[in-house]
Unconditional design. Structure first.
Length: 125
């Protein structure tokens, strides 16, 4: 029950991440899939069958890679929302902290393997 609860918690955080700058979505979905894979085959299959997250999760679980479009989208969203957030902060310390988080996000995403075309298609399972 604990893992199922954590799976739902991370799904809620992922949904919040869609709307809140600097709160990531994809890592929370991956964490949710991990906890569901350990606790509920039904919810794990539900995530894998999701038309938005399913292909990315499948690639991650089987190849530890993300598609090029997901990388580019991540970089773009971090740049847009990160810049907006930093520019609207009045504290220099918060700006420095935010820039550090943004830089780490870029570093983290850049170091994830990019899926080859053969592995990026969900239907090729």
């Amino acid at each position: 029950m604990l893992y199922t609860g954590l799976g739902f918690l991370f799904i809620v955080l992922a949904v919040m991440g869609v709307f809140l700058p600097l709160l990531p979505t994809t890592p929370f979905v991956i964490l949710s899939a991990f906890f569901f894979s350990k606790s509920s085959e039904r919810w794990h299959r539900w995530l894998l069958a999701n038309r938005v997250f399913g292909p990315i999760l499948y690639n991650w679980e089987h190849s530890r890679c993300i598609p090029k479009f997901a990388k580019m989208l991540s970089f773009s969203m971090i740049a847009i929302f990160g810049t907006f957030s930093v520019m609207n902060m009045t504290s220099v310390w918060l700006q420095v902290l935010s820039i550090s988080i943004i830089a780490y996000g870029y570093y983290f995403i850049a170091n994830i393997q990019t899926c080859c075309k053969e592995r990026s298609a969900f239907h090729n399972r």
